[in-house]
Each structure stands twice: as structure tokens, then as C-alpha cells.
Design a protein around this ligand. Structure first.
Ligand SMILES: [Zn+2]
Ligand SMILES: [Zn+2]
Length: 790
């Protein structure tokens, strides 16, 4: 380890090693090269465009005062499409200036028509507040931008409704406040020219499906008042943004995806920690009280946390300013502590240049941290994503990403912290012991090629549609024409609401029968959400939907909230609340469930000879029966503890495939190995679905069996873990061959002998990862892929 360079950087930016040199030194440490791929993401010069001719000089001058000399090409293109009345989604990279694409047409229209209005929706209050500052700073006459959310004082609300022409809010407020009170908003809605939907890729799953209907309700009210606003959406890069935006709004949307903004060059390395020898166990001494489950200790990789800590120590020793992203706060502390120790061993005192960033720091402390890092007093920082929310750190020399953060959008957001102006930077993705991470480091095209991961939602989910139609009927009676607006399943849902006594049918339409408004939570799932409450203070930390509560909030569970760790004392299912206390144990918890499943109906299927692929409704009964405690630093299993929770019933959407027993025999799978083959394929298929859709493995469940009572054949089911389905199973069905191809490759390319957490083992398996047959899983998937049409 070299230390001489470390002392020279305290006075500010140093030349330091080039990213290529740095990477060469990092990868030369061990026996085997852990780098599976190096991508040179070249620097890109921006492509500016002239101001569109329709943009008034006053507006150009206002932007010029804020330092915007000219738009980039994608901004100008999207802005002009929107100005000409086309619904448009801008799906480009982090910091590519998407806001100008909607500010330009929206503000030009407000200046040209002194009566026109604009509605801006953000997923968080903080983002809306940022946008408010940006629009207000332009100081345009008569625009009067204002935030309208739960924090807006009552006294100001009426003024905003009457006088603001650029209202910034969120979907929850639109749903709870604006639409039910549409009479008070009639003036604003009548003149509504643009609806801006920022960060629209965050509207996914069940929440996204609710928001889709809130937007349909908005369109219905606008139509009643005679306006037809243009929708402008901003999205992170994703697979098929036009389709996702179309599903969200119910309108045809044009996508602009060619990013013309400038960026610095990045050397991006994919890093896979080495497999430990089969019987070496965890890489630190096992404490005497520990009793590991043998099935999980068969073979493991060196933990991504330890690998990241070593990399952080090495880059800091080189004098390189480095930020390490770690998923949990405890994990960030483990990384910082290990890096500090390694540095102090080499050069006493050097460890002091590394810190862990704790989410929840005071504003001044965060600024101090930024200052220390930018001036070089601090060289290494390990942080959770909380940093994305609170600290403004850009222009670092290196970024280490410990584990794939779940979506390409988050990955690029984190990698985007690297690179000072005009200088090359290094980014390293360190794979965790997980099938998706393993697949990605061996398939760089899935990261650097065209995105396949799509933002998925399902507005036809009856558990979303019916309550949303009730809200719409409360706002104004539903007409047959409205049913077309709400899409597939609307008529059935209305009939059910009539049968349940919620709506009354009259010749003029369907009427809400009650005096009170229907109570619908956009972030809930039919089942009541569970409140997470800190026992000592009574403070409400947040809510978890009923479906996930057994997994995340069982007694003894370690629950992470904004990177801070809590331990659950008690889950009270009757009162719908979980009592927790702040504590940061050395372990994480992993709940396991057992599942039973029956097929209700088949929606669609592909008959491919010995193989069948199906999409349909299923009833799932699942019970969380136990949980494992695992040491954070090593992943080592400490113990498994039983739980006493009731079984839960779930009607949802599943994708499943069947194979004939003969085809399996022909492929060389012995009858005794069929259960292990299907089980292993199921685990890996669940692990890889987030490649195709923005979900994580906790959104989906699975079941496999050598003979299922409904299919009468060897079958693997993968289902949406949300009542009525959230679109994940449907996406899996629609991309079945690509999804199962990736699953097959992930298993086949894993270097382990008989299966490991990087391929076929699952952290949430209710059967203790038993039986599992890695080679036979590949045979099963080969049979499916050989028969299934592309
Ligand atoms: Zn493996
Ligand atoms: Zn399992």
C-alpha cells in the first residue's frame, strides 16, 4: 500500500492516478482477477440547439440570467413537441436537464396566455420544493408559482387556487385534495394547459396503478370543464418509456430518449468478489455461540461489504477522493470501520481520513461533510442512499457501489457522482452474492446496452380499479363514456360496486350512494397498512403495506427506515401497528414463508409442445414461519428462529410454465431430481425478474412442484406479491423467453459447484433451500427455451 500521495491532497484537487492506472493497481492485489468487465463510458460534448422560435425573448432572457445560454437538443426537441400539443416523455440520464424540457413550453404558454395554468406533480414534497425554487428564481411576471401540499397553511390555499398559475403538488394531494374539491378548483382546471409529471418512473407497481387512475380522474374533470391539457413527463432511462408513460396517463405519448447533454468520461468496472473455498466458511472467525445453517454455508463469495472496504482503503491510500454507496447504514459503518482499520495498519492516522455518513445528520453537519470531502480533509466516505437526498456531492474521483442498487436509474445516479469537470473518473460496481448481481457482472450489455428493464404498472388491477371508480363517482356520476376512459375491467368493477351497494345505477349513470367520501390510500393495497411506531417516543416512522408486513415487521425483524436501523419489539396485527426501537445490531433478518397455490383462471397461454407458458389469476396462501439472522459483515447465518403468524390469502396474477415429465426424462433429469431442478429454476427466475421490470425480489413470490393439482404436470409459478397483481407477472409473461434465457445463463455461468446465493439459493426460501439441483435447473430451462417461441 502506498501512502506518500495521501498527504499531498489536503490543499484541494490533486492530479492523482488516472482511472485506468488506479483500476490496474486495485485489480492486481489478489490471485484471481475479480474484474469481469471494464467499460469506458466516453466523455460526451453536449449538442446545443437554438432556442425554439416560439420561446419568447423574455423567457430566454430569464433562463440566461440563470446561466442557461441555450437548450440541449433533447430539451428543445421535447419542448417543441409539447408546445405543438403532443404528449411527450423525456427519458434521459441523470442531470441531463429534463426540467427545461417542460419549463420551456409551460412557461412560454403562461406568458402568451395570461389565463393559462400549469399543474406539476412530483413524487416527493422535497422535489416539488426544489422545482418551486427553480421556477420562482426565473422571476416571471404573473406566473405566481406555489406548492400546494399537506404542509400548505389553510390560509394560503384559497389564494393559491385563485391566483397561482403554476401549482406544484404530488399525486396524494391531487387525489385527496384537488379532485374531491374540484368545484373550488374549477377556474384553475378550466384553463389547465399542461400537466407535468416529474420522475414518472417512480410510479410503478400498485402505487403506480393508483396514480394512473388519479390522472384519468384529472382528465375527466378537465374534460367536464372544457380543457384538454398536454402531458409532459420526465423519466429516468428505462425500457420503452413511451409505453410506460402511455399506461400511466392513458394517452398516446411520444418519447425523446437521445441525451444531448455533456458528461465527463467514466471508467466503469464490474467487480465480482471471489468464491471462498467450499469448506472455509465465513471469512472471519465464527463466534462460539453461532450455529450456522449448513445449507447456506455450502459455498459463498467473499462479502461485497468486505470487498468494498478493501477497495475504499486502497483508493484512499492512493489519495483518491472516493464515495462508497452501501445499502444499509450499518453496512456503511462496517465498510468505513474496516477501511479505517486497514489504513491505520499501513500508516497510523490515515484511517482518520475515512468516515461513514449517517442519514439524519443536521443540515450544517452535512455541509461540513461536503466541505471536508471536497477539500480533501476527508478522502473516503461510506454512505447509504440517504446521501442522494441530502448532500450535494459531485465531482469525486471514484465511486464504489456495493451491490446493484435495484434499478439502472439508481445505478447511474450513484455512478454520476464520479467525475470532476474535464477529468476522468472511476466507478466500480461490486456484486453481491445474489443472482441478479451475478448476472449483471457477467452481462455488461444489460447495464451498458439498451435498457430492458421497464417501469411496470397494471391499471386493470381490480383491487385498484374499483376503489378508484368509487372516487371518480363521488366526484361526479360515472357515465358509460367514462368507462372507456378507465379502461379494461371498468364495467365489471362498476357492476361489483353496484352489487356491493356502493353505487346506484340510474338512467344518467352510476351514482355514489354515501355522504362520505370513499377512503382510498394510493400507497395501500386494499389490506390496511401497518403503522411503524417508535415505542419510546410514539413517533410514526412510516407505514408498510399489509402484504409485506409479515416479512418486514415480524417480532425481532431489523427494519431499515431511511438507512436507520430499528428492531421490531411487537407486531400487533389487530391494531395494525408494529412497535420498534432504534438499534443497530450486527445482523440483518430474513423472513421465510411457505406457500400453497391454486389456479383460478387462465388469461393467456402459449402451447409449445411439451412446454406450456401461462398467465392467469391464482389464489396464494402463504405463511411466514421463521426468520434467519445473518451477520452483516460476512453474510454468515447466526440462527433461524420460529414465528407464529397467521396464514395470508392473496388473489393475484401469476406466470407459470409446465413441462411434460417425458421431456424432462429425455433431457436427463432423473424423476427424483425433478423437485430440486424446478425449485432451483424458480429461485433463479425470481432473482432475475428485476432485470425485466422495476421490482425487487420481495415484490414477487414463487412455487414449484413436480406435480401440481391444477396443471397435473411439473410446474414453476412466479406470482405478484400484491393483491390483484402489480404488472410484474404480466411483464414476465410478455418477455418470457428473454427472462428465462437470462435465468439460465445466470445459473450456468456461476462458478460454484452445486448452487450458491449467487445463482439458485434464495434468502426467503421457506424450505431452507432444499432440495436444489443446479445442473438440473439448467436442463429444465433448456427444455423450456428450446420449445418456447422467441
Ligand atoms: Zn452459484
Ligand atoms: Zn424455495
Amino acid at each position: 500500500m502506498e501512502s506518500s500521495s495521501a498527504a499531498t491532497v489536503s490543499a484541494g484537487p490533486s492530479p492523482g492516478p488516472t482511472p485506468a492506472d488506479l483500476l490496474r493497481r486495485l485489480r492486481a492485489r489478489g490471485a484471481a482477477d475479480p474484474v469481469t468487465h471494464v467499460e469506458r463510458v466516453p466523455a460526451r460534448a453536449g449538442v446545443p440547439a437554438p432556442w425554439p422560435s416560439w420561446a419568447p425573448p423574455e423567457l430566454r432572457a430569464a433562463f440566461a440570467r440563470r446561466g442557461v445560454v441555450a437548450p440541449w437538443q433533447h430539451q428543445a426537441q421535447a419542448a417543441t413537441l409539447a408546445y405543438e400539443g403532443e404528449h411527450v416523455v423525456v427519458a434521459t440520464g441523470t442531470a441531463s436537464g429534463k426540467s427545461l424540457a417542460y419549463q420551456l413550453p409551460a412557461l412560454a404558454t403562461l406568458l402568451a396566455d395570461p389565463r393559462a395554468t400549469v399543474l406539476y406533480l412530483a413524487p416527493t414534497k422535497a422535489l416539488a420544493a426544489d422545482q418551486l425554487r427553480a421556477v420562482a428564481a426565473l422571476e416571471l411576471e404573473g406566473v405566481r408559482p406555489a406548492c400546494y401540499d399537506g404542509d400548505t397553511p389553510r390560509a394560503e390555499r384559497e389564494w393559491i387556487r385563485r391566483h397561482s398559475r403554476f401549482v406544484l403538488t404530488n399525486p396524494d394531494m391531487l387525489h385527496h385534495g384537488v379532485l374531491p374539491g374540484h368545484a373550488q378548483w374549477s377556474g384553475f382546471l378550466r384553463r389547465l394547459a399542461y400537466v407535468v409529471i416529474d420522475e414518472c418512473h417512480t410510479y410503478r407497481g400498485v402505487f403506480g396503478s393508483h396514480v394512473a387512475h388519479v390522472l384519468r380522474r384529472l382528465r375527466r374533470q378537465c374534460a367536464r370543464f372544457g380543457s384538454t391539457p398536454v402531458f409532459v413527463l420526465a423519466s429516468a432511462t428505462s425500457g420503452d418509456p413511451a409505453a410506460a408513460a402511455g399506461r400511466l396517463t392513458g394517452l398516446p405519448v411520444t418519447a425523446v430518449t437521445e441525451d444531448a447533454s455533456p458528461r465527463g468520461g467514466v471508467t466503469f468496472a464490474l467487480w465480482e468478489p471471489p468464491l471462498l473455498p467450499p469448506d472455509s466458511g465465513p471469512s472471519t472467525p465464527v463466534p462460539p455461540q453461532s450455529t450456522g445453517d449448513h445449507d447456506d454455508l455450502r459455498q459463498v463469495r467473499r462479502s461485497a461489504l468486505r470487498e468494498t472496504a478493501d477497495l475504499l482503503a486502497d483508493t484512499v491510500a492512493e489519495g483518491v477522493r472516493t464515495l462508497a454507496f452501501v445499502r444499509s447504514r450499518k453496512g456503511a459503518e462496517v465498510v468505513a470501520a474496516n477501511a479505517r482499520r486497514a489504513l491505520d495498519d499501513a500508516v497510523p492516522g490515515l484511517g482518520g481520513r475515512v468516515a461513514a455518513y449517517r442519514g439524519g445528520y443536521l443540515r450544517e453537519e452535512r455541509r461540513e461533510l461536503e466541505r471536508a470531502l471536497l477539500h480533501g480533509d476527508l478522502l473516503g466516505l461510506a454512505s447509504t442512499n440517504a446521501l442522494e437526498l441530502g448532500v450535494d456531492l459531485v465531482g469525486l474521483d471514484a465511486v464504489l457501489i456495493c451491490g446493484y442498487p435495484g434499478t439502472r436509474a439508481s445505478l447511474w445516479q450513484q455512478a454520476g457522482r464520479a467525475g470532476r469537470s474535464g477529468q476522468e473518473a472511476l466507478a466500480v460496481l461490486v456484486a453481491r452474492d445474489d443472482p441478479l448481481d451475478t448476472y449483471l457482472v457477467h452481462h455488461p450489455e444489460a447495464i451498458f446496452g439498451a435498457p430492458v428493464e421497464a417501469t411496470v404498472l397494471d391499471p386493470a388491477n381490480p383491487y385498484v380499479l374499483a376503489p378508484q371508480l368509487a372516487c371518480a363517482a363521488f366526484e361526479a356520476p360515472l357515465t358509460p363514456a367514462d368507462l372507456a376512459l378507465f379502461g379494461d375491467g371498468a364495467k365489471e368493477a362498476v357492476d361489483q360496486l353496484v352489487a356491493a351497494g356502493a353505487l346506484r345505477q340510474r338512467p344518467t349513470g352510476w351514482y355514489w350512494r354515501h355522504r362520505e367520501r370513499p377512503e382510498v390510500d394510493l400507497r395501500g393495497e386494499g389490506g390496511a397498512p401497518v403503522a411503524v411506531v417508535e415505542s419510546s417516543t410514539g413517533r410514526l416512522l412510516g407505514t408498510v403495506d399489509g402484504g409485506s408486513s409479515h416479512f418486514l415487521l415480524h417480532s425481532g425483524a431489523v427494519y431499515l427506515h431511511q438507512g436507520v436501523s430499528y428492531v421490531v419489539d411487537d407486531l400487533d396485527l389487530v391494531d395494525g401497528c408494529a412497535l420498534v426501537h432504534a438499534e443497530e445490531p450486527d445482523w440483518s433478518t430474513h423472513a421465510r414463508d411457505v406457500t400453497d397455490l391454486s389456479v383460478v383462471s387462465v388469461r393467456s397461454y402459449v402451447d409449445a409442445g411439451p412446454v406450456g407458458m401461462f398467465l392467469g389469476e391464482v389464489d396464494v396462501t402463504s405463511q411466514v414461519v421463521s426468520y434467519q439472522r445473518r451477520r452483516i459483515a460476512t453474510g454468515e447465518v447466526i440462527d433461524t428462529r420460529p414465528l407464529d403468524l397467521p396464514a395470508r390469502e392473496l388473489r393475484t396474477v401469476a406466470v407459470w410454465f409446465t413441462l411434460s415429465p417425458q421431456s424432462l426424462t429425455l433431457a436427463g433429469v432423473q424423476p427424483a431430481d425433478v423437485p430440486g431442478a424446478l425449485h432451483a429454476a424458480e429461485h433463479a427466475a425470481i432473482g432475475l425478474l428485476p432485470l425485466m421490470a422495476t421490482c425487487d425480489r420481495w415484490d414477487i413470490g414463487g412455487l414449484s412442484t413436480a406435480v401440481h393439482q391444477d396443471t397435473e404436470a411439473p410446474t414453476v409459478f412466479v406470482y405478484d406479491g400484491h393483491p390483484g397483481g402489480a404488472g410484474f407477472a404480466e411483464r414476465a409473461y410478455g418477455t418470457a423467453s428473454a427472462w428465462l434465457r437470462a435465468t439460465r445463463d445466470a445459473i450456468a455461468e456461476c462458478g460454484c459447484e452445486s448452487g450458491c446465493p449467487s445463482c439458485v439459493q434464495s434468502p426467503k426460501c421457506g424450505n431452507g433451500n432444499n432440495p436444489l439441483s443446479k445442473p438440473d435447473a439448467i436442463r429444465v430451462l433448456d427444455v423450456v427455451l428450446a420449445n418456447l417461441p422467441e
